[in-house]
Design a protein around this ligand. Structure first.
Ligand SMILES: [Mg+2]
Length: 222
């Protein structure tokens, strides 16, 4: 999914105040999407912590043994009856708001939004049981990143229809109605995907301490 970026409108002056202005066509700006759970907010650690608090003594799969995408499937593989308990943990009030930031994520986002010719948005898929998940996602963004990023929060169950140059996401396969998304998916390393071997041209970001700036630069039009 990497390759030359499609032609866009010519460069326009960025208006003052950093209002969200994609529709105005800041043609030369690199557009970056960052997923939320597993990239900005530590969903996996939050599930484990909340599960242990709510069901002390219950057997569970630790983070080190995680393989594959859905935590409920992971835990179900080891403990057939705890599916509903896992779901109940992340559907509980306060779960999403209480997630810790992934190390370095806040600093990276705040640096990225200040970069010249760069537009950054948060692109996240809410749970189907959308309350309290959705309001808590907004509150989390405001709490950790500030109101500027609240304006940049995109909630969608289908990320393939969102237009951008890059998508940092911990989900290994991102599919939807658009078979050829405009973005290059950069797999953000997480406990459930670290065992996957990516074939070129697919790329990873190991953490926010990894060189995300070089990945952005690699997508800019020369
Ligand atoms: Mg994610």
């Amino acid at each position: 999914m990497s390759g030359p970026r499609p032609a866009r409108l010519s460069m326009q002056q960025r208006p003052p105040g950093r209002a969200v202005g994609g529709a105005m066509g800041w043609g030369a700006a690199l557009r970056v999407l960052a997923d939320m759970d597993g990239v900005l907010a530590d969903f996996e650690a939050g599930v484990l912590r909340a599960f242990l608090a709510r069901f002390p003594g219950e057997p569970r799969a630790g983070l080190a043994g995680r393989r594959g995408w859905l935590p409920k499937e992971q835990h179900q593989a080891k403990i057939p009856l705890c599916h509903a308990k896992i779901v109940s943990v992340y559907e509980s009030p306060g779960f999403f708001l209480g997630l810790d930031p992934i190390p370095g994520a806040i600093e990276a986002m705040k640096e990225m939004i200040q970069m010249k010719d760069t537009e950054v948005f948060i692109c996240t898929s809410p749970l189907r049981k959308y309350e309290p998940c959705i309001p808590e996602k907004y509150k989390w963004v405001e709490k950790h990143l500030g109101p500027e990023f609240v304006d940049r929060l995109i909630l969608t169950r289908d990320k393939t229809i969102v237009s951008a140059d890059l998508l940092f996401d911990d989900k290994d396969t991102i599919q939807g109605v658009e078979p050829n998304p405009s973005w290059e998916h950069i797999l953000f390393t997480c406990c459930h995907n670290k065992h996957l071997e990516l074939k070129p041209p697919h790329r990873r970001l190991q953490s926010w301490a990894d060189d995300w700036r070089a990945i952005l630069e690699s997508k800019r039009r020369k």
